[in-house]
Design a protein around this ligand. Sequence first.
Ligand code: GLN
Length: 484
Amino acid sequence: MAVGTAVDLREGLDAGDLSSEALVRAAFDRMRHLEPRLHAILAKDEDRSLRLAQAADARLQAGERSPVLGLPIVLKDNLNWTGLPASCGSRVLDGYQAPYDATVVARLVRAGAIPVGKANMDEFAMGSSGEYSAFGPARNPWDTGRVPGGSSSGSVVSVAAGYAPLALGSDTGGSVRLPASFCNVTALRPTYGVLSRFGLTAMASSLDQVGPIAASAADVVLALGVMAGQDPLDSTSSDLPGVERLAAFRPKGLKGLRIGLPSEYFAEGLEPGVRSLLEESLRVFAGEGAEIREVSLPHTRYAIDTYYLICTSEVSSNLSRFDGVRYGHRARGGNLPAMIAESRDEGLGAEVKRRILLGTFCLTKGYYDAFYLKARKARALIARDFERAFEFVDVLATPVSPGVAFPFGAKTDDPMAMYLADAFTVTAPLAGLPCLSMPAGFTAGLPAGIQLIGPAFSDVMLLETAHAYQLLTTHHLETPPLSA
Ligand code: GLN
């Protein structure tokens, strides 16, 4: 049995037609059938999940009602859940077990959500395809010869394949939105700070955000409301304005909504099939009275360079903690420096090493001004582009990726080609803005998403807009042809 959408399951649980225990058992049954093909899950503790489900059922029977109570959820393996591994898709964390809960996980579990698995991912969230997982890639349920997108590969596959109605990923430069587009699900990257990063293993701290993933915007809302808000354990966290609107979630009226199309995102390189899906989606918005306007974000052409300079610089610093002393894999090496060097050499994959080297170089005295500082300046210009655009429009609509899910191996030999898959997803994070990816239809049998970007802290409006679109369309209801 496929697990249904979060909103449907919520109704079933509240009406007493379903039990959390049955849902969790169904999730594990489905994994048993499909994991040999999909490889989305790296770790799970079935007994513990079942105990939590029974406790949720008791709360439901006692009359408690809350958005995620009893719902299964899959967690990206860079989010800590006490007692389970948090491998981050890396060998360097072999044997590590999380000693505490990430704040977002603690809030979900307290509200009665049931984690049912830790999801496969690109190593330390570096990647766009899922292929940089040290444990082998997750596969796209729409075509298992193709990548599911990354880095939150397993989280997105878990929702698309019906293991769980909800999943958490993380998004530094596109890692929930890109796979959502490749696998036909909905994923939000909130405004920087709306979700606590405490207990999320850092990749690039000024960019990292946790992102909820589900079939629809209405489903995403169930998890977001429970997790959002200031956390004393993350000094960059903040409350979400309008969070109360999530409890009585309504679609946004589209009449008069000013939608901006950044001309730079519709330039060459965009696959024609993806372009026509976007045009169709825009006709849906326009048909309801939205005004479509062209806008310009002129510094977009610096986005990939800027992102990869800032990201790698922060990576080089954040990943220095994996030294064989404090966590995970330890090499045999003789003296301490040799042991540290060998532990890192043996434990880390090629892409992670590439980024550590590049980032360390960018931060070196003499190169800092030429690379890192310049990237910071470009970042400010990119953010200013968005500010100017939002003087004229309420929301921006763009492609998520230039193309659809690509075959395994298509970009692994060429890091630059892999980085270019992120051309449309790295800009909003550089500006700290909320953005989401939602299904826009199919081209040659493969799904593609449309991205909405809003001003800072407009997360609720973005979801209301996506909800309005999803009430008018059925793309997000299509599920992959998997027989369990
Ligand atoms: N694909 C981008 C990268 O490799 C984004 C990754 C992410 O958002 N975690 O950096």
